[in-house]
Design a protein around this ligand. Sequence first.
Ligand SMILES: C[C@H](CCC(=O)NCCS(=O)(=O)O)[C@H]1CC[C@H]2[C@@H]3[C@H](O)C[C@@H]4C[C@H](O)CC[C@]4(C)[C@H]3C[C@H](O)[C@]12C
Length: 324
Amino acid sequence: MCTAATYKTKDFYFGRTLDYEFSYGDQIAITPRNYPLHFRHAGDMENHYAIIGMAHVAGDYPLYYDAINEKGVGMAGLNFVGNAAYADVWSGVDNIAQFEFIPWILSQCSSIVEVRKLLGQINIVNTPFSEQFPLAQLHWIISDEKESITVESMADGMHIYDNPLGVLTNNPPFPQQMFQLNNYMHLSPKQPENNFGNGIELNAYSRGMGALGLPGDLSSSSRFVRVAFTKVNSFSGESEEESVSQFFHILGSVDQQRGCCEVSDGKYEITLYTSCCNATKGIYYYNTYENHQISAVDMHREDLESQKLICYPVIQGEKINFQN
Ligand SMILES: C[C@H](CCC(=O)NCCS(=O)(=O)O)[C@H]1CC[C@H]2[C@@H]3[C@H](O)C[C@@H]4C[C@H](O)CC[C@]4(C)[C@H]3C[C@H](O)[C@]12C
């Protein structure tokens, strides 16, 4: 399972949890403006917007999981197993392989308005990256500071939904996730009122009772409601530290602890990493299951005119701040 979220204070923040039972070997990869991008069916691109994100780097090709570009657009792919379907190559459209979708969008679009235009001529195709890396069944959230959309390529075609919450998890399809929020519209950060009428004496004996019924399990639909509730009620100061801290707390609401989600005998899905991008400033913050300290890579500290991919390893291992 995975969860993505957006958050706005002075700057715009975009990030995700990546939940899985193993790591593909991740790095923070910066694709600078002049790194040549070769698309399998859509030609070459010599210059483009710079991109930073989490990727598996195969050879020197960044297979992005989630990323932002220098214009403040963010995009993340989350599992959509059993529902994702990609098409064959057609003529007269931009045929973009599933693994090329993030670079295709982030290299060219400076806003969701531009993303929507590009999506109008895209066909996401079933060309795998390699035998070792077959197609990943995903759906995507794409956001800028003004709006978010969800893209789902399914057997009946490509769907583009407005995503007014700016959150995404996994199955079921997005309209169903939104529909089930109807069941939770009564949830509130305020204390509940007694609607049982006069004479029935009830007592809000604990703080937080306005959100009684918020689903606490790790299923995708429960995480959707939980992260949506947390995000829409979230409140923090505007500084970078306060915003980043609050963002990690929002995604902390859907964190997965080893042992609670067994995917096969003795194998557990956990939150391998959590990212928080300051999309306004081009900074990729993250922490991992094994390292709660926040680490960061700032794209603007690099030569963004370069032609070479720039990679940083994910820093693991807890750093405990002894005070005595
Ligand atoms: C496993 C990741 C998604 C995690 C997730 O959503 N878990 C939920 C589990 S569940 O459904 O709810 O059970 C996805 C997100 C991005 C994916 C990667 C990216 O798409 C980039 C390439 C794409 C290649 O086709 C496959 C390898 C790969 C390197 C992908 C491996 C894997 O499928 C990743 C890492």
